[in-house]
Design a protein around this ligand. Structure first.
Ligand code: 1CP
Length: 371
């Protein structure tokens, strides 16, 4: 099978994309815009929370401490691959890990999420943000190395938070659903806003690049809360900084996925920020997303996570509809529309993976006949 995608250039020869381990995996091929005999599947937030083996190894260790212990991060990353047979692992970490590594006071409070020691809102707060010392990324590099040694031909996905989403935690100081302080800064103090987002882009970009160089075969930029922005706000206040992060890894030739929720009005702008693949949430059908994107961008998504608790027949019917909707896109990686809810029965996830794997991709058969 030949791929029209550019070959990676800036990676070491021992990288799994170059040494034969992951380049022809279903995930990487679908991200490159090829159809595969069945569709690859992984699930956002598959590592953690819903798995009893996760809760067992995390016992007594704080969330951010777990992320920074390479043996533990590698173990948790591999757990859903062993249990469910998913087509990719997502690195166990968090979008605020690079902030902690830079020296910013942040913790993850159980049941709440990221909480800052001090919200970052003034010129002085922004000037005081420390630059990330590349040496501080050693636990990440080490954890990725341990992980890919176990994963073999299963690709590892590295990730980072997009500047807007990470900045929303810095400015609000904790999870928010209205982004009042964030929007005030963005509109009232644009110069400060861009200074803050440039710092986040540098910090989060270094975290992302480190994962790719250490062995991640794909990268996902999570702009989970971008849907809180109007298209104009997104274009002016956010897109240039996400574009800087995506551009900072383009030389590596690793597929780059861009994901956010409630992003139908932003899908084209998010793709044009430099993404190779667009993640789509459950509020936009894949058929519609494919049409909006001109039929030229591989898609990832978008089983409704709320249906994971529904009767199996309903979840199965919905999943087959998602497969049908994803059929016309140049490539389709099955995922949820957002993360696995913590209360999900893990056996349902295993069954879902099997259902997707058992379902042949008719577009692949057509491609084969035409070849
Ligand atoms: O399988 C995986 O995806 C695990 C690795 C992972 C990832 C990719 C974690 C572990 N966090 C993330 C990314 C992340 N973190 C995002 C983007 C993805 C998304 O939208 O779901 C966001 C927005 C965060 C911020 C965050 N961290 C939240 C959300 C808070 C809010 O605003 O609602 C929460 C609850 C966390 C903590 C966290 N991160 C990860 C886990 C397993 C946990 C829970 C840990 C605990 O409570 O002990």
């Amino acid at each position: 099978m030949t791929s029209s995608a550019p070959q990676p250039t800036g990676l070491p020869d021992s990288h799994p994309l170059l040494d034969g381990r992951t380049a022809s995996s279903p995930l990487v091929r679908a991200y490159r815009g090829e159809r595969t005999s069945h569709r690859p599947i992984w699930m956002m937030r598959q590592a953690g929370r819903s798995l009893p083996e996760y809760r067992a190894v995390r016992e007594g260790t704080a969330m951010l401490d777990s992320c920074l212990r390479p043996d533990l991060a590698a173990e948790i990353t591999c757990q859903p691959v062993r249990r469910h047979g998913v087509d990719a692992a997502i690195f166990f970490s968090d979008i605020v890990v690079p902030l902690r590594l830079a020296g910013v006071g942040v913790d993850i409070v159980p049941g709440v999420g990221p909480v800052m020691d001090h919200p970052v809102r003034s010129a002085a707060d922004i000037a005081a943000l420390p630059e990330l010392d590349p040496a501080a990324l050693a636990p990440i590099t080490e954890a990725v190395g341990l992980t890919i040694a176990e994963l073999g031909s299963t690709p590892l996905i590295g990730f980072a938070g997009a500047p807007f989403t990470v900045a929303s935690y810095l400015v609000e100081g904790r999870p928010s659903r209205d982004y009042i302080h964030t929007k005030a800064l963005l509109h009232d103090e644009p110069e400060l806003w861009h200074r803050l987002l440039s710092w986040v882009a540098r910090t989060t970009g270094a975290f992302l690049r480190a994962q790719a160089l250490a062995g991640a075969s794909a990268l996902q930029l999570f702009d989970s809360w971008a849907g809180a922005l109007t298209p104009r706000e997104y274009a002016v206040a956010s897109a240039p900084h996400s574009a800087a992060v995506l551009a900072s890894v383009v030389d590596l030739g690793v597929p780059r996925v861009h994901f956010g929720t409630r992003t139908k009005p932003l899908l084209v702008a998010m793709r044009d920020a430099g993404a190779d693949v667009m993640g789509v949430d459950a509020h936009t059908s894949l058929r519609e997303a494919n049409a909006l994107l001109g039929g030229r961008t591989p898609l990832q998504g978008n089983i409704d996570p709320e249906l994971l608790a529904a009767p199996w027949a309903e979840l199965a019917r919905h999943t087959l509809a998602v497969l049908a909707d994803g059929q016309d896109a140049p490539g389709h990686v099955v995922n949820l529309g957002h993360g696995v809810p913590p209360t999900t029965d893990p056996d349902v996830l295993t069954r879902l993976v099997a259902l997707v794997h058992e379902h042949p991709d008719p577009s692949a058969a057509v491609a084969q006949e035409l070849a």
